[in-house]
Design a binder for this molecule. Structure first.
Ligand SMILES: Cc1cc2nc3c(=O)[nH]c(=O)nc-3n(C[C@H](O)[C@H](O)[C@H](O)COP(=O)(O)OP(=O)(O)OC[C@H]3O[C@@H](n4cnc5c(N)ncnc54)[C@H](O)[C@@H]3O)c2cc1C
Length: 411
């Protein structure tokens, strides 16, 4: 039975791409794209990079111009939150009381900041960065703050720290784990970024947590650590990861487990509802167990996959994961998933600030991290995507021609 209307909840990278791909695939029914945020849907990655630094203004952020939604017949509803899915009536209920009927519903609700539970968290000057409103507030304050404490040495924390040091701030990064980016990258890449941030001018404290934030007149002035140290702070920025925004799905009785549970076709436990992007946990063919990825690539490729299914071209989601992070003059790119990698080899010399790290699982190439080596990244995408054989010795040898191997991948 063909679907006559699609409602998309969430207008981030995933939601906007569902709408765009539906039209590209020739879907002629009604498309409604709902956003809890008041802004024209925008890109998130620049919020911790060019926008935060002042090298990009808000007018450069929109994913599509306003005209796009009109031209494509997409009903963009801004500033409206979906609160409940009445699945028996096939209706989404909005906070305003409005009800939207759907033929198919796509949840693209993204993620929210993992909260830091500590006394003083509500003090003025304690900030997070997830959306444009957060980014505007942080950008305004970064200019005048001198002592900045960044809590969390994940991608976002390190990107903010790099921006803050480049603006002249005295930055201390506090990380409870023994390594920066510990869960996301190889030890070699983690070690490199530790030294790189020290060279940018930041102080990095590892293996310590935040136990309290103290202030005067309602403003943060100090961050207290688990080892008893007190850090003076004009600004404390919390970047300790995100949680899937799956409250709507939970309330509406859909299966959730660290995100909205979907099958290989990205269908939730209700086949009339799909979930895509940061909010969805899906079975990955690259590791053989369910994962939830937080990347633009995953959001966009899952959106395309669902749009194709809606127009009658179903195929399991099997896009190769890739990701990037810009920190100062360093561009980190990652392809593949490194879960369970048991051997890592380095190609090139990290001291040159341009190198790659190849991760193998059971002798097969599973993930490649590159720093300032986009050529290796593009080659690795083709090599992993086509499962071309590459040994650790070949990967480590600069004599071995990666591009030539990549060029042998079937088109
Ligand atoms: C500062 C920052 C920097 C980043 N940098 C990179 C990077 O360099 N590279 C990279 O690959 N990824 C990066 N990411 C991650 C990337 O932005 C996310 O993976 C991507 O935005 C996920 O898209 P999404 O559409 O699934 O979710 P989101 O972009 O989070 O969009 C979800 C939207 O749904 C809305 N919503 C939620 N619930 C409801 C509801 N009930 N009703 C209505 N609307 C709702 C939310 O308000 C939000 O607008 C970064 C993220 C941040 C925050």
């Amino acid at each position: 039975m063909s679907i006559s209307s699609v409602v998309i909840v969430g207008a981030g990278h995933a939601g906007v791409q569902v709408a765009a791909s539906l039209r590209e695939e020739g879907f002629v029914g009604a498309v409604t794209l709902l956003s809890a945020e008041p802004h024209l849907p925008y890109q998130r990655p620049p919020l911790s990079k060019a926008f935060l630094k002042g090298a990009m203004e808000a007018d450069g952020l929109p994913l599509r111009a306003a005209q796009f939604y009109q031209d494509k017949g997409v009903d963009l509803v801004l500033g409206e939150e979906a609160t409940y899915i009445d699945r028996s009536a096939r209706c989404v209920e909005l906070a305003s009381g409005r009800r939207l009927a759907y033929g198919h519903l796509v949840l693209a609700t993204g993620a929210r900041q993992r909260p830091l539970v500590a006394p003083g968290i509500d003090l003025e000057g304690v900030l997070v960065l997830r959306d444009l409103t957060d980014a505007r507030g942080l950008r305004e304050r970064l200019g005048s703050a001198r002592r900045i404490v960044v809590v969390g040495a994940g991608f976002i924390g390190l990107e903010i720290a790099a921006t803050a040091t480049s603006l002249g701030g005295e930055v201390t990064i506090v990380e409870v784990a023994p390594r920066p980016l510990g869960r996301a990258v190889s030890p070699a890449t983690s070690d490199f970024f530790l030294e790189a941030h020290q060279a940018f001018g930041a102080r990095i404290l590892l293996g310590v947590g935040v136990v309290a934030l103290h202030g005067q007149n309602g403003r943060v002035t100090e961050v207290e650590l688990s080892d008893g140290a007190i850090l003076p702070a004009d600004l404390a920025i919390i970047g300790i990861g995100v949680l899937p925004e799956d409250g709507l799905a939970r309330r509406s009785g859909l299966a959730c487990d660290n995100g909205v549970v979907v099958n290989e076709h990205l269908e939730t436990s209700d086949p009339l509802i799909s979930a895509v992007g940061d909010c969805a946990i899906f079975p990955s063919p690259f590791v053989g167990f369910p994962v939830r990825l937080e990347s633009v690539q995953n959001a966009v490729d899952q959106a395309r996959c669902v749009a194709r299914r809606i127009v009658g071209k179903p195929e399991p989601y099997a896009a190769l994961p890739w990701f990037w992070s810009d920190q100062g003059d360093l561009k980190l790119q990652i392809v593949g998933l490194s879960h369970g990698c048991d051997e890592w080899v380095v190609r090139g010399d990290p001291r040159t600030r341009a190198f790659s790290v190849f991760g193998f699982r059971g002798g097969e190439l599973a993930a490649v991290e590159t720093v300032n080596r986009p050529g290796d990244h593009m080659a690795a995408r083709r090599i992993i995507g086509a499962r071309l054989p590459l040994s650790p010795e070949q990967a480590a040898s600069l004599e071995f021609d990666l591009r030539k191997l990549a060029a042998s991948a079937p088109k």
